[in-house]
Design a protein around this ligand. Structure first.
Ligand code: HEM
Length: 166
C-alpha cells in the first residue's frame, strides 16, 4: 500500500509540476509574444507537440489525483469535511475543471491552429482573408481557454500545497 501511495504521489506531483509550470510559461511568456507577432505568429510554436505534452501531463496528474483521493479519503465524510479535506477537495475540483477545459477546448483549439498553420505553410503563399480571420478567432479562443485553464490549475496547485497544514 505504501509503495502504491508513494508511486502515485511521485507521478502526481511530477506531472502536476510539468503541467502547471508549462501552463504558466505558455500563458505569461509564449502567448503574449505570439500575440505581438500578429495573426499566424503561433506558427513559430510547435503547437501539436505542446498540446500532446500538456494533454499527457494533465491526464497523468488527474488520474493519479483521483486514485490518491480515493485511497486517502475513502470518500469518508469525516475526511472530506475536515479543514485539510476541504482544501484537497476544492483543489481537486479546480484541477478537474482545468483538465476538462484542456480536453474539450484548449487541446482541440491548439490542434486546429496547428493544422491551419500547416495548410498555410504548405500553400507557400500569404494566408487568405478567410484564413486570417480563422487564425485570429482560434488565437483568441486559445488565449481565453488557456488563461482559464492556467488559473484553475494554479489554484489547484496552491490549495494542494497548503491543504495539509490547514
Ligand atoms: C493542476 C493540478 C494539480 C496539481 C498541480 C496538484 C498538486 C499536488 C501536490 C503538490 C500535492 C502534494 C501535497 C501534500 O502532500 O501536502 C498533491 C496532493 C494531492 N492531490 Fe493533487 N494536484 C493537482 C490535481 C489534483 C486532482 C485533479 C486531484 C483529484 C481529483 C488531486 C488529488 C490530490 C490528493 C488526494 C492529494 C493528497 C495525497 C496524499 O495525501 O498523499 N490533485 N497534489
Amino acid at each position: 500500500m505504501q509503495f502504491i501511495l508513494i508511486t502515485l504521489r511521485l507521478i502526481h506531483i511530477a506531472a502536476g509540476a510539468f503541467w502547471v509550470g508549462n501552463a504558466l510559461m505558455i500563458a505569461l511568456v509564449l502567448l503574449p509574444g505570439v500575440r505581438k507577432a500578429g495573426p499566424g505568429g503561433e506558427r513559430a510554436l510547435p503547437m501539436a507537440q505542446i498540446s500532446q505534452a500538456m494533454s499527457l501531463a494533465s491526464l497523468l496528474t488527474t488520474v493519479s489525483g483521483l486514485l490518491l483521493y480515493w485511497l486517502v479519503s475513502r470518500f469518508a465524510w469525516g475526511w472530506i469535511a475536515s479543514p485539510f479535506g476541504i482544501g484537497f477537495t476544492i483543489g481537486s475540483l479546480a484541477g478537474l475543471a482545468a483538465f476538462l477545459l484542456g480536453l474539450f477546448s484548449t487541446g482541440p483549439t491548439a490542434k486546429k491552429l496547428a493544422a491551419l498553420g500547416g495548410q498555410i505553410q504548405a500553400a507557400g503563399a500569404p494566408p487568405l482573408p478567410a484564413q486570417m480571420a480563422e487564425l485570429s478567432r482560434l488565437q483568441a479562443k486559445l488565449t481565453t481557454s488557456s488563461t482559464w485553464g492556467t488559473i484553475l490549475a494554479t489554484a489547484a496547485l496552491a490549495l494542494m500545497a497548503v491543504a495539509r497544514y490547514a
